[in-house]
Design a protein around this ligand. Structure first.
Ligand code: SF4
Length: 409
């Protein structure tokens, strides 16, 4: 699948190529958590321990050329699978080995929290995203079965260009479909899709997503000045997919995407909040639940996850593994059968406004008037306790942190 040159290029960027069409790369948040600097937004929203998470793909190839993609265009694009197919066992073993090799430097490192590093040796979560289209791998269901066997939860992201693969996909812990624009014309601009029937493929993918019984999520990547409009149209697509969760996430001005977009195209966290507050007005079955400021992301959940007035968006991973290993087709259980209460007090950091250079802050505050149509409360937002602090601390320190947390309430 890869030319020697593109393989070399990707390995220079920190990827480890596994077999002929898979890859692993350590997520920045995995490193962050091992350094004791906190976990990713999926820890906060769903309970993923970022230090025990492996980021990988089973297909480096993709059928889109999204303008906001932070990965280079080194990976091939194709509509058909035209390469040899590596075995799920080889990919599984190769990926886990490569992941551990990439983290081995933390052992004994003064920058690492050794308790968090020790835990990282036990992979508990896999994010099938990284680059390309993991769902495109013809034996993806066998890969999922290996992760279920090993007690590794599975988050899989797809850009909705392979609807049949979504239809035939065995249960994953959380299935993501990316909706990158509200209209057919704009999707063409933003995703540069290969398939002529790209729009029909998106609609069919959303139909199949709506039929899934386990956790589903629609991810919006908001590119300021490009696709942050027509919220009613976004709402129509979201309702069609009927996901359990929605994530409105800012485009991040990083990597090769800077050759195609500017810093101005990256929304501030406050702008993602305003976008979300406007969007939720079109989505009566969902509510905004949480935010992660440093990732510029807001999470919505179906109201059914608010049980007796308390949000339950975290995953009971033990229960998930018990259910999926007893019922691999997922016919007998739903996303409501493996929930945990979402923790509830503040630890997340400041808004991006606080960390903005003076000049830019002045300009933004001038714009603020324009945003005030969304209402003042757009800037005041709930926070969440993520329990990750206790993870770093020994017993005695736990009490100390508990005390501190009580103070911050
Ligand atoms: S869930 Fe995603 S963001 Fe979080 S640690 Fe894993 S790969 Fe990184």
């Amino acid at each position: 699948m890869l030319t020697p040159a593109s393989k070399l290029e990707l390995e220079k960027q920190g990827y480890r190529i596994v077999g002929s069409h898979s890859a692993v790369k350590t997520c920045g948040w995995t490193k962050n958590m091992i350094r004791g600097e906190g976990g990713c937004y999926k820890l906060k929203f769903y309970g993923i321990m970022s230090n025990q998470c492996m980021q990988m793909t089973t297909s480096i190839s993709c059928a889109n050329r999204c303008t906001f993609c932070w990965r280079g265009y080194k990976a091939p694009v194709s509509k058909e699978w035209k390469w040899e197919v590596d075995t799920p066992e080889d990919i599984h073993a190769g990926a886990m080995h490569a992941h551990h090799q990439l983290l081995v430097g933390f052992g004994g490192s003064p920058t690492a929290n050794q308790a968090a590093y020790a835990k990282s040796k036990e992979i508990k979560h896999v994010a099938l995203s990284l680059t390309g289209e993991p769902i495109f791998y013809p034996r993806i269901n066998e890969s999922l079965a290996l992760f279920n066997r090993d007690g590794v939860s599975t988050f899989l992201v797809t850009n909705a260009q392979y609807p049949e693969q979504i239809r035939d996909l065995k249960p994953v812990t959380q299935l993501y479909v990316s909706v990158d624009a509200p209209t057919k014309e704009m999707l063409k601009e933003v995703d540069k899709p290969l398939f002529k029937d790209y729009w029909e493929r998106l609609l069919l993918s959303l139909d199949y997503l709506a039929q899934k019984k386990q956790r589903t999520c629609v991810r919006l990547t908001v590119v300021k000045g490009e696709n942050d409009v027509l919220l009613d149209k976004y709402a129509e697509l979201i309702k069609r997919g009927n996901p359990d969760f929605i994530e409105a996430k800012a485009y991040m001005h990083v990597g090769p995407s800077r050759e195609r977009l500017t810093q101005e195209n990256m929304p501030l966290h406050e702008e993602i909040i305003s976008f979300s507050k406007a969007l939720v007005k079109h989505l009566p079955d969902w509510e905004i639940v949480s935010e992660h400021v440093s990732s510029h992301v807001v999470m919505f959940a179906k109201k059914k996850f608010k049980i007796n007035g308390v949000w339950h968006t975290w995953i009971d991973f033990e229960k998930w593994h018990e259910l999926v290993n007893n019922d691999p087709e997922g016919k007998l259980f739903t996303s409501m059968d493996f929930l945990r209460k979402t923790p509830q007090v503040g630890l997340s950091g400041k808004g991006s406004l606080d960390s903005m250079p003076e000049e830019k802050r002045k300009r933004f505050l001038a714009e603020k008037k324009e945003l005030s149509s969304y209402g003042e409360e757009a800037y005041k937002f709930v926070d969440e306790k993520t329990e990750e602090m206790e993870f770093y601390a020994g017993k005695e320190e736990k009490e100390e942190i508990e005390e501190k947390l009580v103070i911050t309430k």
